[in-house]
Write a protein that binds this ligand. Sequence first.
Ligand code: GRF
Length: 192
Amino acid sequence: ARLVVLVSGTGSNLAALLEACQDPAYGARVVGVVADKDCAGLEHARSAGVETTVVALRDYPARGHWDVALAEAVGVHDPDLIVCAGFMRLLGAAFLERFPAMVVNTHPSLLPDFPGAHAVRDALAAGARRAGATLFWVDEGVDTGQHIAQVEVPVLPGDDEESLTARIKAAETPQLIEQVGLLVRSAGPGRP
Ligand code: GRF
């Protein structure tokens, strides 16, 4: 199966996906990485020899135009599944209508708790005792799509944003790898 990964940040989940895809039994390969800005995630793609594209919102007169351009940049790779891995922008109707039931996102909270860009900070501020990560099908809302899988980690006394983020990622990344593998393999033999 052909994966396109959308990133905005450090790309540790992308790096893990690239590594998983080295095993032919995984059933997928990353055929393109698209970002909304220059970011460390692109480096992971480049060093794996994967084609990268940046589609920056500021280069377009309106969000709808950016959405179409982003869809175009993804569409050239003919993906079977699109994985948002630390992609920090909402996808609009033009994008999602072009790729129906094809876009997943991983979010660092036990959704529906703490949607949005500061989930870990918000969980700490709320005094949450449990945290985690949710993989879900992307819709037009902010982290509102149908859940695929969820993994829980504890919030420990003395946690700060950095320590809790690290604990969440340690559970989030294996969940992402496992679930994406299940999704692509359950879709049938697909394309190599
Ligand atoms: C992940 O924790 C993801 O849940 C959130 O952003 C983080 C991305 O990390 N949306 P990375 O860029 O894959 O290292």
